[in-house]
Design a protein around this ligand. Structure first.
Ligand SMILES: *Cc1c(COP(=O)(O)O)cnc(C)c1O
Length: 398
């Protein structure tokens, strides 16, 4: 047994309740489901100091994760990623307390490992043997890896212009890969069309309840690594928004456990100029986003034209006193180069986008020089060689 305190699942809009321990996708009305825990009881039996002896992966927080039996956990040592102090670039940007959480060192080179470790573990627990996912790239690679480790059949639908690394890793991990002429939204339609006849369990972003739980560990870890004191602001590269929703949930759960106080970071959703549905909705004071036509950016993880959980992302941003910001691909790659050349960190464009956004916001006085600022680099630069070679070319020319 794990020490999980899971009790039930709940519709993120209506509060409708669903039993834990049975297979679910979305609520009756089609909204994302959130996992709930008995935090009152957990508070009595789980002490934050006990984490000193816990595994050095995201499974150190097993009481706050949904898996019931230890043998169902499929782990490749995801999470517990390093928190780097960004001194030299920080000085340059006049940020005295700048930090970067490097998710690029996760298995499969991105933080998608957290979500898929949790989701695939739950597939094992619930007896699911065939899964399918539409992906902008990294989720497909991560799913393929965890499905391989679990012995589950994986079907991955990715855009034809996905980064090469994502195609190759998914193939190597033994997934059935389908390249789709279009975006992640077109891939999603292919999964929706096939799942009834093929008996796939649909692992689309926010159409199953457990990827959020895996990604929320980014927030649990940040709080723990800062000594149970959350930063003043978090910059998060927002595609489907799962990490943002997960971290926001994590902070609430930690407060209910009495491990942190009521303070929350300003949650800042960063998007690409070529695909910024959340930024547009925030600026228009709308509850939901609208489908972003012609989505295009080399930060492929941000190429999500209409996130299902848009309203949850917007709630987190607004309730936290945060904001949203879009940056161009050129600004993004400039920032990637700065992180590399000043800090020795070879990051994904999504991580660079956050630095580019920070530069813009520092000029606006939205953040003070002494604020503790946390940037998420969500992936490794090594997965984005096409984007980097647009900058430097390749040794064989081209
Ligand atoms: C998927 C992805 C994102 C966006 O993640 P969400 O939590 O769904 O918003 C950002 N960066 C990278 C590298 C990704 O793979």
């Amino acid at each position: 047994m794990t020490d999980t305190a899971v009790t039930h699942l709940e519709c993120s809009r209506t509060g409708e309740r669903f039993a834990a321990g049975t297979v679910h996708n979305v609520s009756t009305a089609g909204w994302p489901l959130l996992v709930r825990y008995d935090l009152e009881t957990l508070k009595q039996r789980w002490d934050r100091d006990s984490l000193a002896d816990a595994p050095r992966s995201m499974w150190r927080y097993a009481p706050l994760l949904p898996v019931r039996l230890k043998e169902h956990i499929i782990s490749l040592q995801e999470g517990f990623t390093p928190l780097h102090r960004i001194h030299r670039l920080g000085d340059h940007l006049q940020c005295d307390d700048l930090w970067l959480k490097d998710e690029g060192v996760n298995p499969t080179g991105s933080f998608k490992a957290r979500g898929l470790s949790c989701a695939i573990s739950m597939c094992v627990e619930l007896g699911i043997t065939k899964v399918a996912i539409p992906t902008a790239g990294n989720a497909g690679g991560a799913l393929a890896a965890y499905a391989a480790a679990a012995g589950i059949e994986a079907h991955v639908f990715m855009p034809r212009d996905v980064p090469l690394a994502n195609f190759l890793e998914a193939k190597a991990f033994g997934a059935k890969v389908t390249l789709v002429d279009g975006l992640i939204s077109d891939c999603a339609r292919r999964v929706a069309d096939g799942k009834a006849t093929e008996q796939w369990f649909d692992l689309s972003t926010l159409k199953e309840p457990y990827r959020i739980e895996g990604k929320k560990t980014m927030g649990l870890e940040a709080a723990e690594q800062f000594g149970w004191d959350v930063p003043d602001a978090i910059f998060y590269p927002t595609g489907g928004g799962v990490g943002m929703i997960g971290m926001w949930k994590a902070f609430r759960e930690l407060e209910q456990l009495g491990w942190i106080g009521p303070k929350r970071p300003k949650m800042i959703a960063v998007q690409a100029e070529g695909c910024q549905p959340i930024v547009r909705a925030f600026e228009q004071n709308a509850e939901f986003s609208e489908f972003w036509q012609g989505a295009s950016t080399l930060a492929s993880g941000l190429r999500v034209p209409k996130p299902l959980g848009d309203f949850l992302v917007l709630q987190a941003v607004r309730q936290s006193g945060g904001t949203t910001l879009a940056v161009s691909d050129a600004e993004t790659m400039d920032a990637c180069e700065e992180l590399a050349s000043r800090e020795g960190l070879f990051v994904a464009p999504e991580g660079g986008a956050c630095i580019a956004a920070l530069k813009k916001l520092r000029r606006s006085e939205f953040l003070g020089r002494k604020d503790r600022i946390l940037i998420y680099n969500t992936g490794s630069g090594y997965k984005y060689l096409e984007a980097w070679s647009q900058r430097y070319g390749s040794p064989t020319g081209g």
